[in-house]
Design a protein around this ligand. Sequence first.
Ligand code: C2E
Ligand code: CA
Ligand code: CA
Ligand code: CA
Length: 280
Amino acid sequence: AKDVGKNNYQVFEAGMNIAVERRHRISRNLALAIGRTELTLAYQPKVAIASGGIVGVEALARWHDRELGIIGPEEFIPIAEDTGLILSLGEWVLCEACTQMKRWEAQGEERLQGISVNVSTYQLNHQNFVEVVKGVLEKTGLEAGRLELEVTESAVMQNPERACAILTELHQLGVKIAIDDFGTGYSNLSQLKRFPIDYLKIDQSFISGIATDIQNAALVKTIVAMAYNLNLEVIVEGVETEEQLAFVKNLGAHMYQGYLCSEPLSVEEFQQFLGRTGEK
Ligand code: C2E
Ligand code: CA
Ligand code: CA
Ligand code: CA
């Protein structure tokens, strides 16, 4: 029994090495994947709750590595942030999303008012972020008002002064700003009042049990009511059932995303989805 502690430590150490090794591989392979076909965007429709019509789309990064298989953004985005790779990855995502939005416009697709792109903390705080966005809009020819940037509450709160200045500059260009994962951070709406925000996205963790969880329901109700006061539109994430939809509709939320309408789709699948839902 004397060796148990030692053995446990060896198991622990081996586990650590595997985790470290995986991170190394991910950052190395991800660096090579940017700009190649291994890295793609998935598109999830955004639905207006009152009409049930599609009004927008969010672009979400997808990665299929030859060696490691499919790796989700919840795993590779944090690694990309730690290594600074997020700058080139983020610029690629922006460029790809804006290019795709232009294609849909060229097809005469009038339902999509804009495309949403996620922006990480590191990107937002990087000195030339505004220039990167401007550059992408110029290069792709997308009108600024068709681009929505989603920044998390925690990204904004890390350095509120700076975030406010940057978001204001972007907003003056015409770019729309959404606060993502709202409700999970420590800010409140009064702190966000001075920020140039167009949309609040309520985190999906509040929606899953909304029809039965009184606390979550009350919280969502409060957020929607305050958003109305501040002239913000509310997008609810992670709506999976008709019951949840009826609930958030009743609270006055404007838009939703979620499996009830569609999971994020490849560009081909999204095209089919537009065709299917466009039939009269
Ligand atoms: P997010 O921006 O909050 O995106 C919503 C996530 O919820 C997506 O996961 C989406 O697939 C998932 N989702 C959508 N509808 C439902 C639903 O009804 N039920 C459930 N359970 N989930 C739903 P995904 O694509 O795995 O992305 C995870 C996170 O990774 C994103 O959360 C975002 O924070 C980050 N991410 C993804 N792509 C990018 C990117 O291009 N740049 C940056 N910086 N972050 C990204
Ligand atoms: Ca998002
Ligand atoms: Ca979110
Ligand atoms: Ca999230």
